[in-house]
Design a protein around this ligand. Structure first.
Ligand code: ATP
Ligand code: MG
Length: 243
């Protein structure tokens, strides 16, 4: 049995059978760890976490959550699993209020538990309480991200996968969102996040995986990779081919 919360082993997956986007990708996340995935545009980062979240066709390999196989688990069952996924876009309902978004996220839980969990979200993110009656669509980018994370936490996951939580945010908001993620990890929830904001993400995470062309290219302690010229090379290699 695996000692890791999340174990991705030799995963090959894509959008159409026979046309894999990610190939033979392996990663793991331990309890309370923050792990970043970086890589050039189109590297397959979003595809990888969609495949782990059970949304894509997995051709080969295995995904284990606390030692249990979740490789081809149904979306319905995934909702009960201890793994939450915050997509890159469309992660909240813009036309609903903050409160409605949270209640909807908690609707699978028993009523009393749902009420407690929504209250917990308000305690964790005071801004959400302040704007509870506003439509989610009018929130700032950072507040929307908080709402998406708040929703993901309602089921008390052991690990949250986030696809570019800082996308489109001002530097100040990036700092706010990252500070919330650090606090989340301190509270014992593990994080696997994809980030374009590579350096900032590596500064707050324990380990980093570099993905390129759908494959593992490099991994290690984030502070070591921050200084590693190979990381820049992988990005430049891609940029070079574009010209
Ligand atoms: N829905 C889809 N159907 C078919 N191919 C797709 C789909 N979404 C993405 N792809 C392809 O998969 C490859 C990897 O895309 P993916 O979105 O995983 O990259 P990424 O690393 O997340 O990039 P970015 O940094 O730009 O978000 C790309 O070649 C892309 O064209
Ligand atoms: Mg992406």
């Amino acid at each position: 049995m695996s000692a890791h919360i999340l174990q991705i082993a030799n995963l090959t997956a894509g959008y159409q059978p026979g046309l894999p986007i990610i190939r033979d990708v392996s990663m793991h996340v331990s309890k309370g760890e923050m792990v970043t995935i970086i890589g050039p545009n189109g590297a397959g980062k979003s595809t990888l976490i969609k495949a782990v979240a059970g949304l894509l066709n997995v051709e080969d390999g295995r995904v284990e959550l606390s030692g249990s196989d979740i490789t081809r688990i149904s979306t319905h069952k995934m909702a009960d699993a201890a793994l939450a996924y915050v997509p890159q876009t469309d992660n909240i309902f813009a036309s609903l209020t903050v409160d409605e978004n949270l209640k909807l996220g908690a609707q699978a839980l028993p009523k009393a538990t749902a009420r407690e969990r929504v209250e917990e979200a308000y305690e964790k993110f005071p801004d959400l309480r302040k704007f509870s009656r506003r439509k989610a669509g009018v929130l700032s980018g950072g507040q929307r991200q908080m709402l998406a994370v708040g929703r993901a936490l309602l089921t008390h996951p052991e690990i949250v996968m986030l696809d570019e939580p800082s996308a489109g945010l001002s530097p100040k908001m990036v700092d706010d969102v990252f500070a919330q993620l650090v606090a989340l990890v301190k509270s014992g929830v593990a994080i696997l996040m994809v980030e374009q904001n590579a350096k900032a993400a590596m500064r707050i995470s324990d380990r980093t995986y570099v993905l390129a062309e759908g494959r593992n290219r490099l991994d290690g302690a984030s502070d070591a990779l921050l200084e590693d010229p190979q990381v820049t090379q992988i990005y430049l290699g891609r940029a070079g081919r574009k010209q």
